[in-house]
Design a protein around this ligand. Structure first.
Ligand SMILES: [Zn+2]
Length: 243
């Protein structure tokens, strides 16, 4: 049974390596997806803010031109006051002057408000541009990392698959199905080493006699709590199969 037990240990090592490769790949695509989403949102926000800034600038220039035209008009009215001949004419021009002055004042308020909008948007746009650049470079790095990983894991996975198919040929069918059955119910871990006198899957304390039996590595001993196959793995000792 020792030989079979060692085969199962090796099989579990292969399957654990498979799991680790899957886990590695599992996080990066999600990270990339999130980064892309952030990037899209920020790009949209930046476009909107830049557009608002441009709109404010256009509106302000328009108001400034209107002010200039009205000021010229106002100067003309004021000039005309000196050449009026009747009271009616005088009143009419004075009324025009007042109206024009109110219009100019309103436009000046509008210019100040628009300047305020522009001044507030400027640092926001700068900040967003910097954030966008940072996000883009992070995304680029993550994509490279994933490509590299996919290339690397593919080779490792192929090697593992090959090793696995060779290995399972040597294991008795009933034992192999027991292994697969436990593995399915235990998130991929059927063969677990004892650690500090406990099952390293469920951490149940094991009786000293059981530990002695497990260390012999010559019989199948299952954890009474979680059902995993318990083995002894000395870190300094190679787990390679003795043939
Ligand atoms: Zn257990």
């Amino acid at each position: 049974m020792e030989y079979e037990l060692r085969l199962l240990v090796e099989l579990q090592d292969i399957d654990s390596a498979f799991l680790k490769l899957e886990q590695l790949k599992g996080t990066l695509p999600e990270e990339i997806k999130q980064l892309k989403k952030q990037l899209d949102n920020l790009t949209q926000k930046l476009e909107e803010d830049e557009q608002s800034n441009i709109n404010a600038e256009i509106e302000r220039h328009k108001a400034e031109l209107e002010i200039k035209a009205l000021e010229e008009q106002l100067a003309k009215y004021k000039q005309q006051i000196y050449s009026v001949k009747t009271n009616r004419e005088y009143d009419a021009i004075t009324a025009e002057v007042e109206t024009t002055e109110i219009e100019i004042s309103d436009l000046e308020t509008q210019v100040l408000e628009l300047l305020d909008v522009e001044q507030k948007l400027k640092p926001v746009v700068e900040q967003e541009k910097a954030e966008l650049a940072a996000l883009e470079s992070t995304l680029k790095l993550k994509k490279l990392e994933l490509d590299e990983l996919l290339g690397k894991t593919q080779k490792e996975q192929e090697e593992l698959s090959l090793k696995r198919s060779e290995l399972i040929k040597k294991i008795d069918k009933p034992l192999l199905s027991t292994y697969e059955r436990i593995r399915k119910g235990k998130n991929g871990y059927a063969v677990v080493p004892i650690a500090n006198g406990c099952c390293s899957s469920c951490y149940r304390n094991l009786p000293p006699q059981t530990i002695i039996e497990i260390k012999k590595m010559n019989q199948l001993i299952f954890c009474q709590t979680c059902g995993c196959l318990l083995v002894y793995k000395n870190n300094e000792e190679s787990t390679e199969i003795k043939k």
